[in-house]
Design a protein around this ligand. Sequence first.
Ligand code: NAD
Length: 519
Amino acid sequence: NLFAHCSASDNDFWFPVNSSASGYPTVKLFIDGKIIDSKTSEWLDVHNPATNEVIARVPKATQEEMLAAVNSCSRAFHTWSETSILARQQVFLRYQQLIKDNIKELAKNITFEQGKTLADAEGDVFRGLQVVEHACSITSLMLGETLPSITKDMDTYTYRLPLGVCAGIAPFNFPAMIPLWMFPMGMVCGNTYLLKPSERVPSCAMLLAKMLQDAGAPDGTLNIIHGQHDAVNFICDHPAIKAISFVGSNQAGEYIYERGSKNGKRVQSNMGAKNHGVVMPDANKENTLNQLVGAAFGAAGQRCMALSTAILVGEARSWLPELVERAKALRVNAGDQPGADVGPLISPQAKARVNSLIQSGVDEGAQVLLDGRDVKVKGYENGNFVGPTVLGNVTPKMKCYTEEIFGPVLVVLEAETLDDAIKMVNGNPYGNGTAIFTTNGATARKYTHEVDVGQVGVNVPIPVPLPMFSFTGSRGSFRGDMNFYGKQGIQFYTQIKTVTSQWKAEDATLKSPAVTMPT
Ligand code: NAD
């Protein structure tokens, strides 16, 4: 039984056990290898977004608990950082297999707590699994450099070494993938890790932690605390924490970047987005419309790489009615229902915010070509559903364009030429992802060359790089110097020690002190 401590509720998937006085399951802390009940008096409700029922309660960890977690990380660092790289690699080789064996179970947990469809939840786990698989190449990834004979009898070589305790602060939209961007890369380098999952989806990370323990990670190498601002401030301020990986909104990300950096920590902060799909009239129409609709409305638009903005160039403007028809055909339903394409939003507040941004578009002159605000889902009347919505006649000044909507809303702009489209994309403050749809190589090259966005797809709507590359969102979508995973991820989680050594033959020994700077 892999999840003795996170055993099944009366549904057939893993969830925190029912142990609190209130009658709700309570999410535990994971401290020093033990799954423990928090002693806090402050709890937050966790809801099933399809029904809005409270399904669990998550603690705001106390200061003592957070200290115990970071102290556990500090103690474990001494042995884990000295554990052979082959032994660390073995832990992650076993871990990737455990995740692979349990993808469906993890996906069910995600759908219950986060709302996305089961198939999409499997994708969530799978994209995180790929990072774990990549982490297993650590024996090559962590190699240093050498240069022999930099002068007579002298050689220089570098080691990549872990930093110490690292921490991750995760968002709600990818309960598996984003934690898996964080602790496996940090830990395989020899760091120990303190994770704070999103308080809205806290239990998937607990399952992932238990599986890592089952894979052989020693006690204290991964600790999990729960909470909101206090936990975030604790992470930004505690001197033992050397680096922070954050993924989430700009509001939180810029704050964490500033507070963590001021305290001398490395911070990488992946934040919000407004991703444009530029549609050229020479594109493969069928393929492009399907790609656009999938990438705009999949995960109910709650992806930082959702293609939430379309720019139709030239004659491609006439494709709009067909785009709307395809969006209309998507089925809105609870994520665990067969055939569901679009699940609920995370919370009633998220739904209200999305609806108000749609209304702001209407008020500013946009045309609602498809309105998902009144969608009704039979049997799930209290869920946070918004159906696919398409806004036409949008201009760059409108609020529905300047703000990240993070819902199933596609805003459509028009441009005369490719140059006009590029100008529009480069004028937007975000730089997470973009895509161009075309069959012309020169057009594609011009776009990839001139667009100032960190991740570009050519006929690929969501160009999230595989983990041998890095996740390279730019401009307003990122703060920091080194990106997540890939080579940059290794750089982020390691520091370099450069050794210069001289071994002289006996007869070359210096006969007097050398007081000048060596040349
Ligand atoms: P969020 O910023 O609300 O929460 C993320 C984390 O920060 C949570 O753990 C939360 O507890 C904490 N937090 C929230 N508000 C805070 C505050 N004011 N001060 C300190 N900490 C705070 O984000 P979310 O709603 O969970 O996630 C959605 C956002 O994440 C979207 O903007 C999306 O674009 C972004 N995102 C970005 C990427 C990326 O790689 N660029 C990936 C996924 C999501």
